[in-house]
Write a protein that binds this ligand. Sequence first.
Ligand code: HPA
Length: 278
Amino acid sequence: MIDSPFERAAAAAAFLQDRTSLRPRVAVVLGSGLGGIADHVADRVEIPFDDLPGFPAPTVPGHAGKFVVGTLLGTTVLLQCGRVHYYEGHDFETVMLPPRTLAAFGIQTALFTNAAGGLDPAMRPGDIMIVEDHINLLGANPLRGAHDGRLGARFVDLSTAYDHAVVGVLLDAGSRVGIPLRRGVYVAVSGPSYETPAEVRMLRALGADAVGMSTVPEVIAARQRGLRVGALSLITNRAAGLAGEPLSHAEVEREAKRATVAIGNLVAEALPALDQLG
Ligand code: HPA
């Protein structure tokens, strides 16, 4: 099984290990427009996805497509700038390659970030939501297909997919740096079109607080490998129909850039404690 998902991730991780002697325990995956945090990483080694065997180049503006390994205020960290989305046409195996690579590299805790539309009418652009649970509306489970026991369980438990200790660390960090944090449920849809107002009403009725087009397959892959997982949604817009204005990716990117400093401060503040979770 030379090209099996397990071996693809192992090959990519071996490549990363060749490029840096650092062995971070924490990874932060930076979504649309949030990659700016990487500029603050000291002694950094940057490894573009292009260089990694089996990795596709991201096609979305605002997604740089690289791993950055270094230290952020003294804590060794791996940042993943950009991700692979299902809506780009990749199969789930490719979407799950980066988190599986993180696991093979030795990462123990992964914090995913994403841009999302606010479904909760109280949410405003710029709000940050700690994801406490998710709903998968991508149309299929990403683990559907042949099973390789080296990746973990066939039937992955998701009853505490979003680790309580990580939520606690993020809440503490938020209160120390003065960033109020919401908590809620993230629903993943396939995109790339945004939702209709009727779909937004449906998603809200289903119990979701924020809607986006990523994270869920990565979280499932990471949980299968036993990683501790946390996620933050940056609310870049009110979901379709709630604000009375059309949605655009430019707006999503603009809001994300504006929030980069806040998310960066929050992540930097949380990192030492995330690192200690082991
Ligand atoms: N819907 C889906 N994905 C998104 C949105 C949205 O409103 N905003 C940012 N990503």
